[in-house]
Design a protein around this ligand. Structure first.
Ligand SMILES: NC(=O)c1ccc[n+]([C@@H]2O[C@H](COP(=O)([O-])OP(=O)(O)OC[C@H]3O[C@@H](n4cnc5c(N)ncnc54)[C@H](O)[C@@H]3O)[C@@H](O)[C@H]2O)c1
Length: 356
């Protein structure tokens, strides 16, 4: 298979982990006889420094021209501590989602058995957890009208959803449920919010088209509680932008570390694959960032954008073997890990490459 992959490392540890993700893609192409052609582009703080724009037109053009994008993370302490900054790295993220029509964010929450001890939740509650979240990405309170009134003393953010926006993500979730345990949980707040009542109405209207799928509706407050109490009761979950933002970060703790979780943003055109973590200011340049989220993002890219399931599984299996062999990065090590088994970003990357 011949494909063009755009690498957008972004800022901080985004650059460190994406390098490992790219090496893994190169290895897979070698091993399975594919031809992947790579290009690279700037985004985030590095792009602001170079061009004044967090998502330069040149980057956007390259994104549109590629078959898939492996993305790192954006962010720099300079902006976090200055809420008045007019140009900010995360503006690049929102613009990318809008311009590429990326309306569905998929986050698989998969717990590797070897990391049962790394989570703050009890192993007997966690064992076997495997959840696939679909978070809507282009609507809701983030994109509605916002402003201030009463001399700035009152603020508002309007949440809006249209039927087609709910329908297109719900369909993706129903279809994914078909390939898994045929259970779909739709999370809303239909007892209070009108947007949630529309959400539930649309999901209910679609359900007869998927008679093999069992659909459950849950209020977001109860879902947040159940995720910690009994994560195994969830399989495919579909929810709105704001609820999904919060629930997926909560669910990341099931996997033990932010450094282990990948995500895919898909929609009308090129898909973007990225770790769920940010640019990790506190560990940038130390060579200790866990690259597995980026490597798992590369696996998702192969599976979802190129349909290369065997290649994707080969990556996941290599990570499993590295963990079984006892190797850890600092974030997933515990008191039982021998110091010589704690590896840096590049060294653990080499262990993964060896096992592909
Ligand atoms: N999608 C994105 O680009 C994205 C997402 C979240 C945050 N951010 C940005 O990232 C910057 C830092 O934000 P933050 O500190 O809140 O979140 P973060 O995800 O960067 O870091 C949170 C904590 O997790 C640790 N961590 C994260 N990834 C790790 C990895 N791969 N290996 C080991 N440890 C890891 C960090 O060291 C830190 O202690 C901010 O500027 C923020 O705006 C960007």
């Amino acid at each position: 298979m011949k494909k063009n992959i755009l690498i957008v490392p972004g800022d901080g540890i985004g650059q460190e982990v994406t390098e490992v993700g790219k090496k893994v893609l190169i290895k897979i192409a070698e091993k399975f006889g594919h031809e992947f052609i790579y290009d690279e582009a700037l985004m985030g703080h590095v792009a602001i420094e170079a061009t004044g724009n967090p998502l330069p037109d040149e980057t956007l053009e390259k994104m549109r021209a590629s078959d898939a994008i492996l993305f790192g993370a954006v962010g720099h302490p300079k902006y976090d501590n200055d809420p008045t900054a007019k140009v900010r790295p995360e503006q690049g993220l929102l613009k990318m989602r809008k311009e590429l029509g990326l309306y569905a964010n998929l986050r698989p929450i998969k717990l590797f058995d070897e990391l049962l001890g790394a989570s703050s939740i009890k192993p007997e509650i966690l064992k076997g957890s495997d959840i696939l979240f679909f978070r809507e990405l282009t609507g809701d309170i983030y994109f509605g009208e916002k402003g201030r009134k009463n001399n700035g003393d009152t603020a508002y953010d309007i949440a809006e959803y249209s039927r087609y926006e709910v329908e297109r993500i719900a369909r993706r979730a129903f279809e994914a449920a078909r390939t898994r345990s045929k259970k779909l949980c739709s999370v809303d707040k239909a007892n209070v919010l009108e947007t949630s009542r529309l959400w539930r109405e649309v999901v209910q209207a679609l359900a007869p088209e998927y008679p093999d799928i069992t659909v459950e509706h849950q209020f977001v407050d109860s879902a947040a509680m159940m995720l910690i109490k009994d994560p195994r009761r969830f399989d495919v979950v579909v929810t709105a932008n704001l609820f999904g933002d919060i629930l997926t970060d909560e669910a990341s703790q099931i996997a033990g570390s932010m450094g282990m979780l990948a995500s895919a943003s898909v929609g009308d055109s090129t898909g973007v694959y990225e770790p769920i973590h940010g640019s990790g200011h506190d560990i940038t340049g130390m060579g200790v960032a866990n690259p597995m989220a980026s490597v798992l993002s590369a696996a998702l890219l192969l599976d979802i954008s190129f349909g290369l399931k065997e290649e994707s599984d080969a990556i996941i299996s290599a990570i499993e073997q590295v963990l079984k062999a006892g190797f850890r990065t600092r974030d997933i090590a515990d008191s039982t890990t021998a110091p010589e088994m704690i590896l840096g970003t590049d060294a653990i990357g080499e262990e993964i490459l060896k096992r592909i």
